[in-house]
Write a protein that binds this ligand. Structure first.
Ligand code: SF4
Length: 327
């Protein structure tokens, strides 16, 4: 591991001030950063511990939504009563991620910034534009069974690995950010960046900016939601395909719908085409199938992951039927 200095911030202002220096990383749960530092993929010169900042609360907002502090642990958020009752899709997505021990450490802010599990990214001997810009992409034409079919570029085809992020996109969450020059709010759907020719830049965060909390809008009245994750084994595994669904059904017809896919996109992949196929249509198996077809339109398979197109389609159709049947 490369040598680095370690400082513990006692206020958000202090953290963002320290964070503005070159090559600084914030650490909270450390479930991604520590691994990557040991592997030599990340080599910050300074690590700022933010665990003492007052960002570990879940609070109701005046509008009836939720304010989730960046340091709220994934387990605490998944089992929080307001989340279980108002945002089942988020609770289910969190519980589908990693292992119990990791969920006890991992935080909301850290999960938003989870790095890809593309194996070449973690192997310093392989070309990887995300780890070392300009070196190439070993996954294109290489081992890409688990990688993306949406949002890829000729420079990177890595998936965003998070389950939580898929649920946040389906829910229309907002990310609150603080930097040295003030605060800003970014809809989660605009927080992640496509790889394009700069896959090393994954989000809109500027150097030194810190996620302070995530805001969830009030739950849609009468809406039902849920998350389905398909993977090679039943636990402690990343998604091959997943679907986060929010449905509001009235008089046998879909009034509002939000659909996002995980495990298939270079970012958590919302599907406006699927939502369009749902809104106004009867709540029926034919509608779920039509929406699932729409969800995978435009997918681009790599040499080993063509199966994901059918898998994602079935995942969306299955989860729409499951959520619609919930009482
Ligand atoms: Fe690196 Fe992205 Fe290619 Fe994987 S897919 S090797 S992360 S550039």
């Amino acid at each position: 591991m490369h040598p680095f200095t370690f400082n513990r911030a006692s206020s958000t202002d202090q953290a963002v001030k320290w964070g503005a220096a070159p090559n600084v990383r914030f650490i909270a749960g450390g479930t991604t950063l520590t691994d990557l530092m040991k592997l030599g993929v990340e080599h910050p010169t300074q690590v700022v511990d933010i665990n003492r900042l007052p960002l570990a609360e879940v609070e109701r907002t005046p509008e009836g939504g939720l304010k989730v502090g960046a340091l709220v642990r994934n387990s605490d958020l998944a089992w929080h009563l307001a989340v279980k009752q108002g945002y089942p899709v988020l609770s289910e997505a969190l519980l589908a991620g990693a292992s119990g021990q990791l969920r006890n450490m991992a935080t909301t802010g850290g999960n938003l910034l989870q790095r890809t599990r593309c194996m070449y990214f973690r192997d310093n001997l392989s070309p990887c534009n995300k780890r070392e810009p300009g070196t190439g992409c070993a996954a294109i034409g290489g081992a890409n069974r688990t990688l993306a079919i949406f949002g890829t570029s000729e420079h990177c085809i890595a998936t965003n690995p998070s389950d939580m992020n898929v649920a946040l996109v389906a829910l229309g969450a907002q990310v609150h950010i603080q930097g040295n020059h003030g605060s800003r709010v970014v809809p989660v759907g605009e927080f992640f960046l496509l790889p394009g020719s700069t896959p090393q830049v994954e989000t809109v965060l500027q150097p030194g900016e810190l996620i302070t909390h995530v805001a969830l809008p009030p739950p849609l009245e009468g809406a039902k939601s849920g998350y389905l994750k398909l993977r090679d084994r039943a636990s402690y595994e990343f998604a091959l395909a997943s679907a986060a669904v929010v449905l509001q059904i009235d008089g046998g017809r879909v009034r509002q719908a939000r659909v996002a896919l995980g495990g298939v996109g270079t970012l958590p992949w919302r599907s406006p085409a699927a939502e369009q196929a749902l809104v106004g249509a009867p709540a029926s198996a034919a509608t779920w199938r039509a929406a699932a077809e729409a969800a995978v339109r435009g997918a681009k398979a790599q040499s080993e992951n063509g199966f994901k197109i059918e898998l994602a389609k079935r995942c969306v159709a299955q989860q729409l039927a499951t959520v619609a049947a919930r009482v």
